[in-house]
Design a protein around this ligand. Sequence first.
Ligand code: FMN
Length: 364
Amino acid sequence: MNDRASPLLEPFRIGALELRNRVVMAPMSRYFCPDGMPTEAVAAYYERRARHGVGLIITEGTYIDHPSAASYEGVPRFHGAGLDGWAMVRERVHAAGGRIFPQLWHTGSFRRPGDGPDPTVPAFGPSENLNEYAKTTEPTKAMTEADIAAVIDAYAQAAADAQRLGFDGVELHGAHGYLIDEFLWARTNRRSDRYGGDLVARTRFGVEVVTAIRRRVGPDFPISLRFSQWKQQDYTARLAETPDDLQRLLEPFADAGVSLFHASTRRYWEPAFEGSPLTLAGWAKRVTGRPALAVGSVGLDQAGLRSAAPASIDALEACLDREEFDLIAVGRALLADPHWLEKVRNGRWSEALGYDKALLDQLY
Ligand SMILES: Cc1cc2nc3c(=O)[nH]c(=O)nc-3n(C[C@H](O)[C@H](O)[C@H](O)COP(=O)(O)O)c2cc1C
């Protein structure tokens, strides 16, 4: 990799936000926040990636303030006392020269009976009886209009809090089969009211979330939308069968004020639709005209276990050079090696570590 010429190292603007380079830390849940509180260890973990050059950090998913939002233990909350921890994380990342968005999360029907903070609160989703997907025997509660309004408010409050605490933007977790995505997917959204129906009608819930956030944070605060074809429940699922579908899906979000589309794929280079080599991030940029962020197996071999050959970075640079997408998120390679970007930049690629699931718990 030629240091000066690398498009990975070029700055990029999202509205008024200037990023020092194109490398983004992908959102990754690490479950190390007791009682939902980001601790000193969490601040040090993100600060380390910022200090070693990552342009933008998207945090692990963090719960919005609604009793139905939470599912897994150890996930940070973006409300109440959790905000004190997040203020510290934000400060430390900025002091290290980085930028940071919290990833706002509602887990939808993944919530299990007995999950906190109030174990009597059921899973919420667009429709009931989603248990075949959520792998629980308890039915999901089909959200009423009042539930929808309360959850939208919780998203908007979290974004307003992020702005007040000095975060550089927010990301909505609209992917992988969680709440916003459950509304988008026909198999989990069986509603017959205005929140269900065809693809555009199914965007209504997510679009109302974006609209409510935009109203609270004003025109300039970046909002990223993470979306995916695949679901945790079904890796082969697809929201959009064609580029036209993708346009119908994403345009309402762009109109509502999404600043960045984060196309979550398992391998960033794979063509999204037959008949064209364009990736999902590439299509998102093309159909919306907004900046796009790609992700999936950067720096890893095909099995996602070892450090990939340096040539793989050339292919990534070529995508940035031709402006197919604008930013690239790196997940497991950055977990394994906080120095990953420095090593790539300095040609010390052979020293970059591969990803080893067994070591995950030690990789903070
Ligand atoms: C340990 C771990 C936790 C993850 N947690 C989240 C999460 O909280 N939110 C999310 O949107 N994606 C999550 N992901 C998916 C990553 O953001 C990313 O899309 C995926 O790891 C592919 O990128 P990679 O190949 O560079 O690792 C997680 C991935 C891993 C490995």
